[in-house]
Design a protein around this ligand. Structure first.
Ligand code: NAP
Length: 296
């Protein structure tokens, strides 16, 4: 049986399917490992790759690959696959949900009712807002399609303008300035690291809301906490954090913040579809067939 190393981010159902096909390993991968499966946040440094001379394929159960050194994998001839498309709708839905939950105090007022309260603290208008989306690929475009029917304007920033009916803004500071809600949907890269800093939050302004469904590394978390405490911005909806699963205590204490445990793709339907794609890529690779969704 082929040796497969299981990194983090794998459901029990996917593990069970993998166990029918492969000899699974956790902890320390044996040097005979030919495949690795892990979630979009898995970390795979060159020190580990150096110990796995027989590695042929890394199948990511997600679309993020910021924990992987793609050049190092390419240089070793290792194939990499992701699970694109099937999770796009779920992540976009969550972005809209977080935005609405922050503006209409859905989570805070849920807690209020559970405490026996009924006196409603006022939220903020969610319709007719300017919604700025940073990162305009699959997920960013899906967020725009959902936001457009009730937004005053949808605007976006990407590396290049797209043939879409929404306004392109070339930099994130201007995007923040011209938006009431700033939604992050770009990958974690060297260029996007802490791109939402004190300056960008200042431009978003005291009525502004930040939503992050991308990666925690895009936000300077200390600057975000400071901005929320001082009222520099009004609130935030966060699915991702700088040091997951650790969520800063200060954020947990804030009513104007809605927190989620990196659940962008966490629906039964999507996790099933992602698992099927992971298996299809592995099956194709070991049968010598073309990979369904190759990244490298
Ligand atoms: P995608 O289709 O590759 O789109 C990425 C977008 O980001 C592209 O529009 C790209 O611009 C833009 N971008 C990249 N670098 C940029 C930069 N330096 N400045 C401005 N824009 C930049 O990716 P996706 O499928 O939409 O996913 C986006 C990210 O969401 C993933 O990388 C992942 O980290 C995150 N994610 C989170 C969850 C979750 O559970 N919360 C789930 C899935 C994915 P161009 O089009 O101009 O190149």
């Amino acid at each position: 049986m082929v040796d497969l190393y299981l990194a983090t981010g794998i459901s029990d159902a996917l593990r069970a399917e993998l166990a029918r096909r492969f000899a699974l390993h956790k902890g320390v991968p044996p040097f005979t490992t030919r495949a690795i499966v892990g979630g979009g946040q898995m970390q795979l440094g060159t020190d580990l790759l150096d110990r796995l001379p027989m590695l042929e394929i890394v199948a990511i159960n997600g679309v993020g690959y910021d924990g992987l050194d793609l050049d190092a994998l390419r240089a070793r001839g290792v194939r990499v696959t992701t699970t694109p498309d099937v999770l796009t709708d779920d992540v976009a839905d969550l972005a809209i949900g977080l935005m609405l939950a922050v503006q209409r105090r859905i989570a805070a007022n849920d807690a209020l009712v559970r405490r026996g309260g009924w006196q409603v603290p006022l939220g903020r208008h969610a319709s007719s807002r300017r919604i700025g989306i940073f990162g305009f690929g699959k997920i960013g475009t899906a967020i725009a399609a959902r936001a457009a029917p009730f937004a005053r304007e949808v605007l976006y920033t990407a590396r290049s303008a797209k043939p879409v009916p929404w306004r392109f803004v070339p930099d994130i500071a201007t995007l923040a300035e011209e938006s009431d809600v700033l939604i992050l949907a770009a990958p974690a890269t060297a260029e996007t690291a802490a791109i939402v800093d004190a300056h960008v939050l200042d431009r978003l302004g005291p009525a502004g809301v930040l939503v992050n469904v991308a990666r925690g590394s895009l936000v300077d978390e200390d600057a975000l906490i400071a901005a929320l405490l001082s009222g520099t911005i009004a609130g935030a909806g966060l699915d991702v954090f700088a040091k997951e699963p650790t969520v800063p205590e200060a954020l947990c204490r804030m009513e104007q913040v809605v927190l989620a445990p990196h659940q962008g793709s966490a629906t039964q339907e999507t996790r099933g579809a992602m698992a099927a794609l992971v298996l299809a890529n592995l099956d194709a690779h070991f049968a010598g067939q073309p990979l369904p969704t190759p990244l490298v």
